[in-house]
Design a protein around this ligand. Structure first.
Ligand code: SAH
Length: 457
């Protein structure tokens, strides 16, 4: 189709009715069969839209005026919602968000997995879907000589100052504001991405929701941090629950936040948090789920789906710092965890020790390499739990699962599209998906986390 043949051109103003929401939360409308994606349009709404970009199969638009509003529309409580881009769904009621997420999962099960009859349950949401994040990673910039801490404006690297973030725990907002004030007082310069000069790059705050412990991480360009002692003393003085202050050094020209070197400036190297009855040590760089309330809901569901009676051997693939492994170890005979990041495996071993659990073994490596090797050695799991990154499981791993024939597979996923793809492979190999339970780990964003229960037919 040549560009001329498209039903709309760039800068056209058209009236549309939104039929659906896309996977990234934009309203979906059709103009003579041609799809337009328009941020902040909601299904059922009618609007005047300006076309901003056209491609062969679809285009993009900007909402000019709503002529009919959805009953699910609500006023975003965050004053910087439009500029920030961290949240995509604050204009949709929470109830509407949960419905949207369930439908997203159902749609990809059918479209990508060709799984028509999968039972996708209503999303498990939060009673209070605000102030849930336990980790803030905030870039530092300068404005009129003073420091600012905030977020990169949508689609750019300009930092906008932010006093509070409504999905962040209050403790983290306090840390960021306090560190900004203290650093300002001592004349610390912000790191400048363009010139590669300056000192302070990011302030990272971590909060143990169930222990009330705070970690402050100052990410600097070099080792030098003028007035280090005074800054640390001021932080201790002004943030009562701080247990750990560390400096991470990142000398590279990169937008990756952390560098390789971390030094404890004061207190412990770790803070602790608990999920259920299990305690976890969290270091500056270790991965830990960001919504602890919903993590408990997710892991409880994974454990329920594993249906352990106490005599089973279980494999936890993509185990991170061993969170799910230790949850499973409470109910299983033996758990094996595998994870690609060696530091995470060190953390996992430490966490097992911390909880006095001796029926867990961890190995660093690729799940798709280590699990086949275990199988060759005669390790055979009754249940396999997988929790892969967004790209899903490697096919070699899925094939090993089909060879090993565990009774159950529990699939934890942060990407419904790859979940659907992988469930289809398991179904092809003789398994059946009993149910898919979405859990809302990230309210007001389009992210959907799921746990699927799969059993041998
Ligand atoms: N189950 C953990 C972590 C899940 S995140 C939790 O709930 O906290 C996914 C993990 O998979 C990350 O820790 C990532 O480092 C790891 N990973 C990525 N590719 C991998 C691979 N090929 N083999 C094993 N682990 C991998």
């Amino acid at each position: 189709m040549s560009k001329k043949a498209l039903p709309v051109q760039k800068n056209d103003i058209v009236n549309v009715t939104f039929q659906d929401l896309s996977h990234d939360g934009a309203g979906v409308a059709k103009v003579d069969g041609y799809t337009l994606f328009v941020p902040r349009g909601l299904p059922g709404e009618e609007a005047q839209v300006k076309v901003t970009k056209t491609k062969k199969g679809f285009g993009f638009g900007k909402l000019l005026e709503l002529t009919k509003e959805s009953e699910h529309r609500t006023t975003p409580p965050c004053p910087i919602y439009k500029q920030c881009g961290g949240c995509q769904l604050q204009h949709l009621t929470y109830e509407g968000q949960l419905e949207y997420k369930q439908k997203q999962v159902q749609d990809v099960m059918e479209r990508i997995g060709k799984l028509k009859d999968v039972n996708v349950l209503p999303v498990l949401g939060m009673d209070d879907p605000w102030r849930y994040r336990n980790k803030a990673q905030v870039p530092v910039g300068e404005q009129e000589g003073g420091l600012i801490t905030g977020f990169y404006q949508k689609g750019s690297h300009r930092i906008i100052d932010m006093k509070e973030c409504l999905i962040q725990q209050e403790a983290n907002d306090l840390v960021v504001q306090t560190v900004k004030e203290i650093a300002n007082h001592y004349g610390i310069r912000a790191y400048n991405e363009r010139t590669h000069k300056g000192t302070l790059r990011h302030v990272v705050a971590k909060y143990g929701q169930n222990t009330n412990q705070i970690m402050v991480v100052l990410v600097t360009k070099g080792k030098e941090l003028p007035n280090k002692k005074n800054i640390v003393a001021n932080i201790i003085d002004r943030i009562p629950n701080v247990k750990s202050i560390v400096q991470n050094i990142n000398p590279k020209k990169t937008n990756v936040i952390f560098g390789d070197k971390t030094e404890v400036l004061w207190g412990d190297e770790y803070i602790y948090d608990t999920i259920g009855d299990i305690q976890f040590a969290i270091s500056a760089r270790s991965f830990y789920q960001v919504n602890p309330t919903q993590t408990k809901v997710l892991y409880d569901k994974a454990l329920e789906y594993a249906q352990l009676e106490g005599n089973e051997t279980v494999i936890d693939a993509y185990c991170g710092i061993g969170t799910i492994s230790l949850f499973l170890a409470q109910k299983a005979n033996q758990v094996y965890g595998v994870e690609i990041v060696p530091e995470a495996i060190e953390d996992a071993k430490r966490n097992a020790e911390l909880n006095g659990m001796e029926n867990v073994e961890f190995e660093a490596g690729e799940a798709e390499t280590v699990i086949p090797a275990w199988y060759e050695k005669g390790i055979k799991a009754d249940t396999i739990v997988v929790d892969p990154p967004r790209k899903g499981c490697d096919e070699t791993l899925l094939n090993t699962i089909l060879d090993m024939k565990p009774n159950r597979v529990v699939y934890v996923s942060c990407n419904p599209a790859t979940l659907a793809r992988d469930l289809a492979i398991l179904e092809e190999g003789g398994y059946e998906t009993q149910q898919v339970q979405p859990v809302d780990m990230f309210p007001h964003t389009t992210h959907v986390e799921c746990v699927a229960q799969v059993i041998m037919k």
